[in-house]
Design a protein around this ligand. Structure first.
Ligand code: HEM
Length: 135
C-alpha cells in the first residue's frame, strides 16, 4: 500500500490540502504572499502536486514549474520554514500518520532552492563589523 492508499485516496488528500492552503492564506506571517492569488486554483495545483509524490509518480502535476511560480516573489527561508511548520501542524491535527508526515515534509524541504530567493528572515551577520560593546 502506498502513502496515497493509506491516506484514503485523492479525495482525502484534497481535504488535507484545502485545510492546509486555507491556513496558509490566513497566516499572519506568510498570508500576505497570497493577497492576489486565487485560492481554488492554488488548492487545485497543490493537490495534484501532493498526489504525485504520495502516489510515487502515478498521478501527474497540473501546475506551473515551482521555480517559475515562486522565484519572482522574493520568498525567504523563514517564510519557507513557516510553510513547512503549518503543513506539519495541519496534517497532524487531521490524523495523518507520523511517518507519512515526515516523508511529506522532507519531500518539500528538498525543494527549498526552487522556491526561496537565497535570503533568510533575519539579516546575515556582517563579518567585517566589530561587535558593539554597548549591545
Ligand atoms: C516546497 C514548498 C512549496 C511548494 C511545493 C509549493 C507549491 C505551490 C503550487 C503547486 C502552487 C500553484 C502553482 C500554479 O499556480 O501553477 C503554488 C502557488 C503559490 N505559492 Fe507555493 N509552494 C511552496 C512554497 C511556497 C512558499 C514558502 C510561499 C510563500 C510564503 C509560496 C507562495 C505561493 C504563492 C503566492 C502562490 C500563488 C501564485 C499565484 O497566485 O500565481 N509557496 N505553490
Amino acid at each position: 500500500m502506498n502513502d496515497l492508499e493509506r491516506l484514503g485516496g485523492p479525495e482525502a488528500v484534497r481535504g488535507h490540502i484545502e485545510a492546509f492552503v486555507s491556513r496558509v492564506f490566513d497566516d499572519f506571517i506568510i498570508g500576505f504572499q497570497f493577497a492576489n492569488s486565487d485560492k481554488q486554483r492554488v488548492i487545485e495545483h497543490e493537490t495534484t502536486f501532493a498526489l504525485r509524490h504520495l502516489s510515487g509518480g502515478r498521478h501527474g502535476y497540473s501546475g506551473r514549474p515551482l521555480h517559475q511560480v515562486h522565484k519572482p516573489r522574493r520568498i525567504n527561508r523563514g517564510q519557507f520554514r513557516r510553510r513547512l511548520a503549518i503543513l506539519r501542524t495541519v496534517l497532524g491535527e487531521r490524523g495523518v500518520p507520523p511517518d507519512i508526515i515526515d516523508r511529506w515534509v522532507e519531500h518539500e524541504q528538498g525543494m527549498m532552492n526552487l522556491v526561496v530567493d537565497g535570503t533568510d528572515c533575519v539579516p546575515q551577520a556582517d563579518p567585517s563589523r566589530k561587535a558593539d560593546p554597548e549591545s
